[in-house]
Design a protein around this ligand. Structure first.
Ligand SMILES: Nc1ncnc2c1ncn2[C@@H]1O[C@H](COP(=O)(O)OP(=O)(O)OP(=O)(O)O)[C@@H](O)[C@H]1O
Length: 593
């Protein structure tokens, strides 16, 4: 660990940043050129159809880059959302002569509601189960399209679909779709750096840690699903207007797989990758068309190329290209340190900041924590110690809401948090680190700490803008001695430094109470000394720490108060030196004859 300087009160020398619109001007100029080309160049019908398909499909695939790329949730029903939008425009304009715009908006709303509903089912589901739920939804939508002939015209599909008066010609409609693609691409591109986007990435990287730093995991997942579905619905509505005809086979499960492949092939984490994947999967079949004379060869080559790309470029084509260029240009950008870290723990609940009464946690017949009382006094360091398996981590997990208490109450700074989920406890002022480090591994150190600083209820940032959050996060990283490496990805840090980043993430949130679960585990002796110094500097700012650790030197030097557990029960509690000399504690640690 690099030595954190005591002298961290550097002024924030924020570099002058160009205004947002100026930074994004090249994007808008590029898009304006594309829209003008689409509006003016005369394409033949075949090319025009390919462009129309690529443009509308890309918008649907952008939806997947939100739900899968950003939030890590599998969605095998994007073609169903696409179909909902397409049928809303198709049936609305052809059968009921409703305005195109109303139908497009209606399709988006229907898709949004369906996506939110599907997202809600993800609360307890993941992996295979989530995939199955989305496949089932896809099948239901397809069956309704085929069988509800009175409404959807069944397998015959819907023809004579209308377009808005403004874009009646095919060319002007294509230009309109390209403009929509540019707009959606801009939103999705920027989403990753917004509060919601960071929350999605945090949920994708580590759901447990996301909840503990204050992110409402459920709401984040539902938002991702809903947004993805809206983009699917919008794309479908545009598609219906473009081709003037829709039928159920265009929105089948196979199409959902095609959307998924497009997004994986290009690189699911980025809209640029999604656009590349969409373009390629629309163009490759056209390029290989000449092989269609040899039965089976076309499909074999097509399938093999997709398998090879995904096998050798797991992050997709764009991910591969980005990594290669980043390696080429890699120069760790040394950022200036932030302003001195200010901790202002809330002080509403009197002398006792955490009051735990009669806390129990049973796993079946095992009483991992059994009727434990702990009072943590405001300011200073309180240690929770005990032999292996005595219930320390379980206690911390119950305190932070990862486990539900079997019985007992937990009051933080005057607020009863016993029944709150992890993110609400974080909002109430509880910060923590983990025995097995839980950082968001695809993000930089700075991004990890920004997520901490965004904690709802952080009085020091409030509804602060990105600059204030970045300054807060930089000051926390500088405080732990890693300000100069803020822009590096987590994977480039040593184990000891990752522990410090986790502490910085908790400090950025300005908690009322900081729970540290074995922060010295795996550190060498000099790293432990630095950790000790860091704990002192944190405590000097008035932040209360509840620490678990097996290192008795660290515990006896850092903690003023110790609670000892053995077999889930509290066997001693009081001032440090007295507790460490307590005969029950000595026998629990050394064993009795
Ligand atoms: N999720 C779980 N399901 C069942 N048993 C559990 C679970 N978590 C912990 N336990 C059990 O509860 C007891 C207490 O475990 P806990 O991890 O809290 O101890 P600890 O004091 O933190 O130990 P260590 O110092 O080794 O980390 C152990 O017997 C453990 O096996």
């Amino acid at each position: 660990m690099s030595a954190p300087s005591e002298n961290i009160a550097m002024a924030a020398t924020a570099p002058r940043v160009k205004p947002l619109w100026l930074r994004h001007l090249p994007y808008f100029i590029g898009c304006a050129i594309l829209v003008s080309l689409a509006a003016t160049v005369q394409f033949d019908g075949y090319i025009h159809n390919i462009l129309m398909q690529a443009t509308t499909f890309a918008i649907a695939v952008f939806g997947l880059s939100v739900v899968l790329g950003l939030c890590g949730q599998i969605n095998l029903a994007q073609a169903a959302f696409f179909g909902l939008g397409a049928y809303a425009v198709g049936l609305g304009t052809a059968d009921y002569h409703v305005s195109y715009w109303l139908c497009l908006a209606g399709g988006c709303v229907v898709a949004l509601l369906a996506g939110a509903f599907l997202g809600m089912s993800t609360l307890r589901l993941g992996g295979h189960y989530l995939a199955m739920v989305t496949i089932s939804f896809q099948q239901i939508v397809t069956l309704v399209m085929i069988n509800s002939i009175w409404l959807t015209h069944g397998p015959d599909g819907v023809s004579r679909i209308g377009r808005p008066d403004l874009f009646q010609s095919s060319q002007s409609y294509l230009a309109f779709c390209v403009a929509m693609l540019a707009l959606v691409g801009y939103v999705v591109w920027h989403l990753a750096d917004t509060r919601l986007g960071r929350a999605m990435r945090a949920v994708r990287d580590n759901e447990l840690a996301a909840g503990v730093v204050g992110i409402d995991v459920f709401r984040t997942k539902v938002s991702a699903f809903a947004l993805s579905a809206v983009l699917g619905g919008l794309a479908g509505g545009l598609f219906a207007g473009g081709f003037a005809y829709v039928s159920p086979d265009q929105f089948s499960f196979a199409e959902s797989v095609v959307f998924l492949t497009m997004s994986l092939l290009g690189g699911v984490a980025s809209p640029i990758g999604s656009a590349i994947g969409t373009g390629l999967l629309i163009l490759i079949p056209e390029w290989l068309r000449f092989l269609k004379s040899v039965p089976g060869l076309y499909l074999a080559i097509y399938g093999l190329s997709v398998i090879l790309i995904i096998r050798y470029m797991p992050d997709g084509i764009w991910g591969f290209a980005k990594l290669a260029t980043e390696r080429w240009w890699l120069k760790a950008r040394a950022l200036a340190g932030g302003p001195a870290l200010q901790l202002a723990p809330a002080t509403v609940g009197g002398d006792i900041v955490l009051s735990v009464k009669g806390l129990s946690k049973h796993f079946g017949g095992l009483k991992a924590v059994d009727n434990v009382d702990i009072d943590v006094r405001r300011g200073g360091v309180h240690a929770l110690i005990g032999p292996n398996g005595s219930g320390k981590t379980t206690t911390l997990n119950v305190l932070s809401g990862i486990y539900k208490a079997t019985s007992g109450t937990v009051v933080l700074d005057g607020t009863d948090i016993t029944d709150m989920p992890p993110h609400q406890r974080a909002a109430a002022g509880l910060g923590r680190t983990f025995q097995n480090i839980r950082l968001f591994r695809s993000m930089t150190a700075l991004e990890n700490v920004i997520i901490g600083a965004e904690r709802p209820g952080n009085t020091l940032t409030g509804k602060a803008d990105d600059e204030a959050l970045t300054a807060r996060a930089m000051s926390a990283l500088t405080f732990v001695g890693l300000g100069s490496r803020a822009d590096e990805l987590i994977s480039s840090f040593s184990y000891g430094h990752q522990r410090l980043i986790e502490i910085a993430r908790a400090l950025g949130a300005n908690p009322t109470l900081l729970l540290l679960d074995e922060p010295a585990a795996g550190l060498n002796s000099s790293e432990k000394l630095e950790l000790h110094a860091l704990l002192k500097r944190i405590a000097a700012q008035g932040l209360t720490i509840l620490i678990i650790d097996h290192d008795m030197t660290l515990v006896s030097e850092a903690a003023q108060h110790i609670t000892v557990l053995n077999f889930g029960k509290r066997i001693a509690d009081g001032e440090s030196l007295a507790v460490l000399r307590h005969p029950d504690v000595v026998s629990a640690y050394l064993g009795t004859e």
